[in-house]
Design a protein around this ligand. Structure first.
Ligand SMILES: *Cc1c(COP(=O)(O)O)cnc(C)c1O
Length: 352
C-alpha cells in the first residue's frame, strides 16, 4: 500500500530525491565513496555546496547583497542569533506573536535588546494572523513567523515596514515567490520544506551585520560563515546534499511560482472538503489566515478523533494527529506532497 506522509516535520521529501540520496550514500558523484565519508573540502562536496547556494539564489532571486548560509543548530538557534547579530542593548526590535515559535523567538531576543510586541493573536489560541496594527518608526527590524506550523496560519502578505523584516520561514520556504528586498534575514530549518533535519538555511543582508557592540563568538557571528562559505567548520554535509537535491527538484517543477500554484490547488481541495463536510471544522476560520502548508481541523464530535485517524491510516494516510495545543488533526501538505495524496485524504473524509 502506498503511504501518504502528512507529518509536520521532519516531513515528506520527493521520491526521486530519496532515491538519489540513497545512491549518494553508497557511491557519491562517481567517487566510489559515500557522501557520508568524503571530505567537506573535496571538490565533489564543494560542488554540492556551490550548487545548493546557486539554487537558493536562483529560486528566490537572492542578490549578492545577501549571504546564503547553511548552518547547524536548527531554526531554534536563529531565534537568538538574529537578535545577537542585529540588535544592540539600547535598540528596539518589533515582533509579531503568531504562535509558539514566535513566542520562543521573542523570549530569546529579550536577552539582547528591547523587544516590542506589535501584535498578537494569543488570546484566540493563535487562530488568525493579526492585521492593521501600528508599527512605530525607529525599529531595528520586525520579526515574524511566516507560517505557523502548529496552528495552521500563514502570512499571505507581509506587513509594510520601514525596518527590514526578519522571518522564520521554516515551514514555508520555497513554497512561493518572495519580495526578497524587504527582508533583512530569512531563516529556515530544512526539515519541513527543504530537506532532512540537520541544516538551517539563513539568508542575510550583509550590510546589516557588524553593527552590534557586543562581542560575538566566532561561530555565532554570521560574518564568519559568509566569509568561509559555510565551511568555517565541518558543515552538515549529508543534509546539505539532500537539500540541494530537493532544490534541484523544485527547479524541475518550474520553480517557486509553479510550486505556489500547485500548493494553492492542494490546499483548496482540502479546505473545501473541511468546510463542506459536517463531520469536520477548520481550526482557522478566516480564509485569509489559513496556511497552505499545515491544514488544521477538528472533528465536530470529539469522539470521532480516534476513529477518523484509524480510517485515514487504513488508507495509508499517516502523520495526521494534531499538535497537542490545537488538538484534532493537522495535514501537512508541503511542496513535496503530490495532489493525489491530498485527494486520498479527501476521499477518506468523504467516506467517513
Ligand atoms: C519546526 C519549526 C521550528 C523549529 O525548528 P528546529 O530546526 O527544530 O529548531 C521553528 N520555527 C518554525 C516555524 C517551525 O516550523
Amino acid at each position: 500500500m502506498k503511504i501518504h506522509n502528512f507529518y509536520a516535520g521532519p516531513a515528506i521529501l520527493p521520491a526521486p530525491v530519496l532515491k538519489q540520496a540513497a545512491e549518494g550514500v553508497t557511491n557519491f558523484a562517481e567517487t566510489g565513496l559515500s557522501i557520508l565519508e568524503i571530505s567537506h573540502r573535496s571538490p565533489e562536496f564543494v560542488a554540492v555546496l556551490d550548487e545548493a547556494e546557486a539554487l537558493v539564489r536562483e529560486l528566490l532571486e537572492v542578490s549578492d547583497d545577501y549571504g546564503v548560509l547553511f548552518l547547524t543548530g536548527g531554526a531554534s538557534s536563529e531565534f537568538y542569533l538574529t537578535a545577537m547579530n542585529l540588535l544592540n542593548e539600547d535598540e528596539t526590535a518589533g515582533y509579531i506573536d503568531t504562535g509558539s515559535w514566535s513566542a520562543k523567538a521573542i523570549k530569546e531576543a529579550k536577552a539582547f535588546g528591547e523587544v516590542k510586541v506589535l501584535a498578537s493573536s494569543k488570546e484566540a489560541n493563535y487562530n488568525y494572523i493579526p492585521t492593521g496594527f501600528d508599527i512605530p518608526a525607529g525599529l531595528k527590524y520586525v520579526h515574524l513567523t511566516s507560517n505557523n506550523t502548529i496552528f495552521g496560519t500563514q502570512f499571505k502578505e507581509f506587513p509594510a515596514t520601514e525596518a527590514p523584516l526578519v522571518a522564520d520561514m521554516s515551514s514555508d520556504i520555497f513554497s512561493r515567490p518572495l519580495p526578497l528586498e524587504r527582508f533583512g534575514i530569512i531563516y529556515a530549518g530544512a526539515q519541513k520544506n527543504m530537506g532532512p533535519a540537520g541544516v538551517t538555511l539563513v539568508i542575510v543582508r550583509k550590510d546589516l551585520l557588524g553593527k552590534v557592540k557586543r562581542h560575538l563568538p566566532t561561530m555565532l557571528d554570521y560574518r564568519t560563515h559568509i566569509e568561509k562559505q559555510s565551511s568555517f567548520n565541518t558543515p552538515p554535509c549529508f543534509p546539505i546534499y539532500v537539500s540541494m537535491l530537493t532544490l534541484r527538484w523544485v527547479k524541475e517543477q518550474g520553480g517557486v511560482a509553479a510550486i505556489a500554484k500547485r500548493n494553492e490547488e492542494k490546499a483548496q481541495l482540502l479546505y473545501d472538503e473541511i468546510d463542506r463536510n459536517p463531520k469536520f471544522k477548520a481550526a482557522v476560520a478566516d480564509p485569509a489566515s489559513r496556511s497552505l502548508m499545515n491544514v488544521t481541523f477538528v472533528p465536530t464530535d470529539e469522539a470521532d478523533t480516534k476513529p477518523f485517524l484509524a480510517a485515514a491510516k487504513a488508507a495509508g494516510c499517516v502523520g495526521l494527529g494534531g499538535h497537542r495545543s490545537v488538538g484534532g488533526f493537522r495535514a501537512s501538505i508541503y511542496n513535496s506532497m503530490p495532489k493525489e495524496s491530498v485527494q486520498v485524504l479527501v476521499d477518506v473524509m468523504k467516506a467517513f
